[in-house]
Design a protein around this ligand. Structure first.
Ligand code: BTN
Length: 245
C-alpha cells in the first residue's frame, strides 16, 4: 500500500476525500493524508481538531468481504495497527481504550473513525479515518482539550516525522488487515487485549437500556467488550462510550 498514499493540503475532511476515491473504484489501501482539515470529523458527530502541519490526518479505503454488522471489528484492527506503529516508531507507551481511542498517560493521543458504506451483499467499502496528535504542543489545543488530549511531541519530548509515521501506520494497517482476512478476528483480539488500557478496569457505560457498570474482562468473539457486572453476569457491549472509573 506504500505507493497508494496521496497527500493533500487543506481539505474539509480526509473521510470525504477517501470516500470520493472509493466511489470511483480506488483499490483498498488507497489513502489520503492532509496537512489540515477544516471540518475534521470525530465520532458521535463531534468535530476533530486538525490544525495545519501538526498531525497525521489520514483516511484509508478498505474493501473486506464481511457483513455490515462486522464493521466495528475494523475499528479494533485499526487501533492495534496504529498502536503498534506509534510504539515501534516513537517508543511512546500508547494503549487502547475501547473501542477507538489511543491514550497515553490517560490522555487522548489518537482517534479512529471507521465509516462503512453498504452494498447489495454487505459492506461495499469502509473508510478508516485516523487522527494522530503528532506534533501539537499544549498551546495548539483549545483550552477545553488541554487536560484531556496529548500528542507524541508532548509525550516523547521531540517532534516526529509525520511522513514516516503515516507510512508506518499504513504498513501496520496492511499487515494487520491481511492477518484479519486470513485468520479472522481472533489474532487481532489477542493483540488488542495486550495493548488495552480498558481490560481489568471498572467501567461505566450508557446503553439504550440504561447505565451499566462492571469490570471489563475481555473481547467477545464478535469484538464486543465483555463486561462483568457485580452480580456476576457477563454482557457483551458492541458500541457506546465508556468511562474508566
Ligand atoms: C474520534 O472521535 O476519536 C475519531 C477521530 C477521527 C479523526 C480522523 S482525522 C482523519 C479522518 N478525517 C476525519 O474527518 N476524521 C478522521
Amino acid at each position: 500500500w506504500a505507493g497508494r498514499l496521496r497527500r493533500l493540503d487543506t481539505v474539509v475532511s480526509t473521510q470525504e476525500e477517501a470516500k470520493l476515491l472509493a466511489e470511483q473504484g480506488a483499490p483498498e489501501g488507497t489513502a489520503v493524508m492532509a496537512e489540515e482539515q477544516t471540518v475534521g470529523r470525530g465520532t458521535r458527530g463531534r468535530r476533530w481538531h486538525s490544525p495545519k502541519g501538526k498531525g497525521v490526518w489520514m483516511s484509508v479505503v478498505l474493501r473486506p468481504d464481511i457483513p455490515l454488522q462486522s464493521t466495528p471489528q475494523l475499528t479494533l484492527l485499526a487501533g492495534v495497527a496504529v498502536c503498534t506503529a506509534i510504539r515501534q516508531l516513537t517508543g511512546v507507551e500508547a494503549g487502547i481504550k475501547w473501542p477507538n481511542d489511543l491514550l497515553a498517560r490517560g490522555r487522548k493521543l489518537c482517534g479512529i473513525l471507521v465509516e462503512a458504506s453498504a452494498g447489495p451483499g454487505g459492506l461495499q467499502y469502509a473508510i478508516a479515518g485516523i487522527g494522530i496528535g503528532a506534533n501539537l504542543s499544549e498551546e495548539d489545543y483549545p483550552p477545553e482539550l488541554r487536560s484531556i488530549a496529548t500528542s507524541l511531541l508532548i509525550e516523547g519530548g521531540m517532534p516526529v516525522d509525520r511522513e514516516e509515521l503515516a507510512a508506518k501506520v499504513l504498513r501496520e494497517l496492511q499487515y494487520h488487515y491481511k492477518l484479519y482476512l486470513a485468520q479472522g478476528l481472533e489474532p487481532i483480539s489477542r493483540l488488542w487485549e495486550e495493548m488495552s488500557v480498558t481490560l481489568g478496569r471498572r467501567i461505566r457505560l450508557k446503553t439504550p437500556q440504561g447505565w451499566l457498570e462492571g469490570t471489563a474482562v475481555g473481547l467477545g468473539e464478535d469484538g464486543g467488550l465483555l463486561l462483568r457486572e457485580d452480580n456476576g453476569s457477563v454482557t457483551s457491549v458492541c458500541s457506546g462510550e465508556i468511562t474508566l472509573i
